[in-house]
Design a protein around this ligand. Structure first.
Ligand code: NDP
Length: 285
């Protein structure tokens, strides 16, 4: 079904989203603070709005993809939002998303927040995912249009949930990168070919370890941190050994040290018999 959709914010990501919607045959109205960035989309059939208000006026679905939440508020504040659906695909914090949902509700608009798990060139291609949270009615109303940009996954009525899960996924990524960078420093310090190590040894090992995570997730959800694999005492000694080996090799273990601190903290509480999943208990305030 063809929809009228307005896209506000035509940076790298907003342009890719608008392009995907246009290519799927939707009637797309665009607005950007720097008007020239709209030119390639206008050439493909998009309609240029002179102001954010004109863009909002044009369509029931208003997609915002701007730098941050303050810029979203700045752009949308004097627009006729009543009766519209705002899909805010700008990256932000869960609290900002909840505030934006209330702000939109006060103006009579439905609100969904989105967390984009893709870079611009992945948009409209397999592998791109956008998480949505907030109004389920609004999500269902526009699900087909959302699915044009990326796989659209709805994760709950709490508008903060999409950004929270987005940040949790980024956290997993940074943790994996931290491990990779330390391993790379160690391997290159010994002049072993890093690409060979990465493809032949590290990736299969990481995949095998990742396969254990659903089990860990269950342990964390039930609070049962017993283990038949390796307890915290073994991991404490292993981490001690790792850090010493790094230093002997002339490499700084800086990205590993925070994990060592938490392992030491947990074992000092007399919980050395637990598995590594128990470390999560040290992270709650
Ligand atoms: P860009 O820097 O390419 O674009 C930023 C956009 O925000 C531009 O349209 C810019 O307008 C606009 N903007 C900034 N400040 C204001 C303001 N005060 N008032 C009005 N417009 C403003 O960034 P991206 O397109 O890459 O990112 C946009 C959002 O998408 C961000 O929240 C980002 O985190 C998210 N995202 C991006 C990804 C990526 O890989 N690029 C991946 C996942 C999420 P102007 O052109 O006039 O400067």
């Amino acid at each position: 079904m063809t929809e009228n959709i307005s896209v506000l914010g035509l940076g790298l990501m907003g342009s890719a989203l608008a392009d995907a919607l246009l290519s799927a045959g939707h009637h797309v109205t665009v607005w950007n603070r720097t008007p020239a960035k709209a030119d390639p989309l206008i050439a493909k059939g998009a309609v240029r709005a002179a102001t954010p208000a004109e863009a909002v006026e044009a369509s029931p679905l208003v997609i915002a993809c701007l730098l941050d939440y303050p810029s979203v508020h700045e752009v949308l504040q004097d627009t006729p939002l009543a009766g519209k659906t705002v899909a805010n695909l700008t990256t932000g914090r869960p609290g900002e998303a909840r505030e934006a949902a209330s702000w939109a509700a006060e103006r009579g608009a439905d609100y969904v927040d989105g967390g984009i798990m893709a870079v611009p060139h992945m948009i409209a291609k397999p592998g791109a995912l956008i998480l949505y949270s907030g109004s389920s009615a609004a999500f269902e109303r526009h699900e087909q249009a959302f699915a044009v940009m990326a796989e659209a996954r709805y994760v709950g009525e709490d508008a903060g949930m999409a950004p929270l899960l987005d940040l949790a996924m980024l956290t997993g990524m940074y943790g994996q990168m931290a491990g990779f960078l330390e391993a790379a420093a160690m391997v290159t310090s010994a002049k072993y070919p890093l690409k060979e190590f990465t493809t032949d040894l590290l990736i299969p090992w990481l995949n095998a370890m990742a396969a254990l995570q659903p089990d860990w997730a269950e342990k964390i959800e039930t609070g049962d941190h017993s283990t038949e694999v390796s307890n915290l005492e073994i991991n404490r000694a292993g981490m001690e050994n790792l850090v010493r080996a790094f230093r002997e090799q002339g490499v700084k273990p800086d990205l590993l040290l925070p994990m060592k601190t938490v392992i030491d903290q947990r074992t000092a509480r007399g919980l050395a018999h637990e598995g590594l999943s128990g470390l999560v208990e040290e992270l709650y305030n």
